[in-house]
Design a binder for this molecule. Structure first.
Ligand code: HEC
Ligand code: HEC
Length: 322
């Protein structure tokens, strides 16, 4: 090798290292600087290519795979087990839980284990993943000691490791949107659905499988292969906030809204008034006064009807909660 070649190789390697470190840094530090800009930096999950080498890295990469391509491993035609409904975690946790406002995992490593009113107990990350397997994937979770569960948890912890303990970075999870002064209207939502959603999710909301017939290219929004009535998206506020900033599907890292608030609430009301698997949630919310304003199943401590808790108007419900 000539000396020139050696110098070029060293320079390229150095440059690559700088870009790599910078990208990781730029994407993982979302802590607002006091007194600087008023809008805090948006949390981005780091790219899986920056996972460490070695056995722990392999576990993290497998966890990423499972979250991005869940059906391939544990769906109805899965290569490891047949546990879930055919959807991928990534269908709802966009870019494997790394996309700003894409229902991401930005706050998970930093805030779990935590007390959750839904179960009335302290929940680990495993318990929370179990819940999504049972409700959102309308199935059975992998055993807590399985390599699959260990891998998903390793990935989620790695993704959230740069976030300081107890912090919920700006851009993590689902973005809340203001409630309407009226009830959300399934009839108006049907019009939104027909103009903005059917191109991908289909007239019948059943989505479309990809070429291999294993996973979905466009996931179902209701029906037997969709999330069940105990899932987070069955609450109107979760659905509306998720959809407003992510649907119709495109890569919008800036988190710009694509639907108006009204369109988001109404389409949520339409989709969540369609048939879907029913979950047994009889053990949820042991303290009924802790139910969220949009939890659609009674009994309630506040005297409002199931109808109002499902569709609104939510203003009075929220006011009474305060
Ligand atoms: C049908 C949509 C959907 C699917 C599929 C899904 N989830 Fe979720 N997940 C949600 C919603 C909605 C929430 C609650 C978000 C909120 O309350 O703001 C949630 C919450 C979570 C949380 C807690 C997030 C937090 O910040 O507290 C974890 C962890 C999680 N899901 C993991 C998974 C894993 C792993 C899979 C696949 C095995 C999965 N989910 C599949 C919709 C889904
Ligand atoms: C351009 C195609 C496209 C359009 C239009 C579109 N979506 Fe989606 N949607 C997707 C894709 C693709 C995913 C899964 C993303 C992934 O796996 O990365 C998805 C996921 C979802 C999910 C979470 C997974 C599930 O099936 O429950 C919901 C909810 C959703 N879309 C609702 C809507 C609504 C409501 C509209 C209309 C306002 C809409 N989408 C318009 C492509 C689209």
């Amino acid at each position: 090798m000539s000396r020139f070649t050696v110098i070029v190789i060293i320079l390229v390697a150095f440059l690559a290292a700088v870009i790599f470190v910078y990208r990781d840094f730029a994407h993982s530090n979302a802590v607002p600087v006091p007194g600087a800009d008023t809008t805090p930096a948006l949390w981005f999950g780091r790219d899986i290519v920056s996972a460490p080498r070695g056995a722990q890295g392999d576990l993290i990469r497998y966890g990423y795979e499972l979250i991005a391509h869940t059906a391939k491993y544990i769906g109805p035609a899965g290569s490891v087990a047949h546990l879930t409904n055919g959807m991928n975690c990534q269908n709802c946790h966009l870019d494997a839980g790394s996309r700003p406002w894409g229902n991401n995992y930005g706050a998970v490593a930093a805030t779990y284990p935590k007390f959750r009113d839904r179960s009335g107990s302290i929940e680990s990350i495993i318990k929370r993943v179990d819940d999504c397997c049972i409700r959102s994937l309308n199935g059975t979770p992998p055993d807590s000691n399985s390599r699959e569960m260990q891998a998903m948890v390793a990935y989620i912890k790695w993704l959230g490791a740069p976030v300081a303990k107890g912090q919920k970075p700006y851009g993590s999870g689902i973005r809340d949107i203001p409630v309407l002064s009226r009830a959300a209207d399934p009839g108006k939502g049907k019009i939104v659905f027909q103009s903005q959603c059917v191109a991908c999710h289909g007239d019948d909301g059943q989505g479309m499988k990809d070429g291999d017939d294993i996973a979905y290219q466009y996931p179902p929004l209701w029906g037997p292969h969709s999330y069940n009535s105990g899932a987070g998206l069955f609450r109107l506020s979760r659905f509306a906030g998720y959809v407003k900033y992510n649907m119709p599907y495109r890569n919008n890292y800036d988190g710009a809204a694509q639907l108006t608030d009204e369109e988001a609430w109404d389409v949520a009301a339409f989709v969540n008034s369609q048939p879907r698997p029913v979950a047994d949630i009889s053990l949820d919310w042991p303290d009924i006064s802790k139910k969220p304003f949009d939890h659609p199943f009674g009994p309630y401590a506040d005297g409002f009807s199931e109808q109002q808790h499902k569709y609104g108007p939510f203003g009075p419900v929220k006011a009474k909660k305060r």
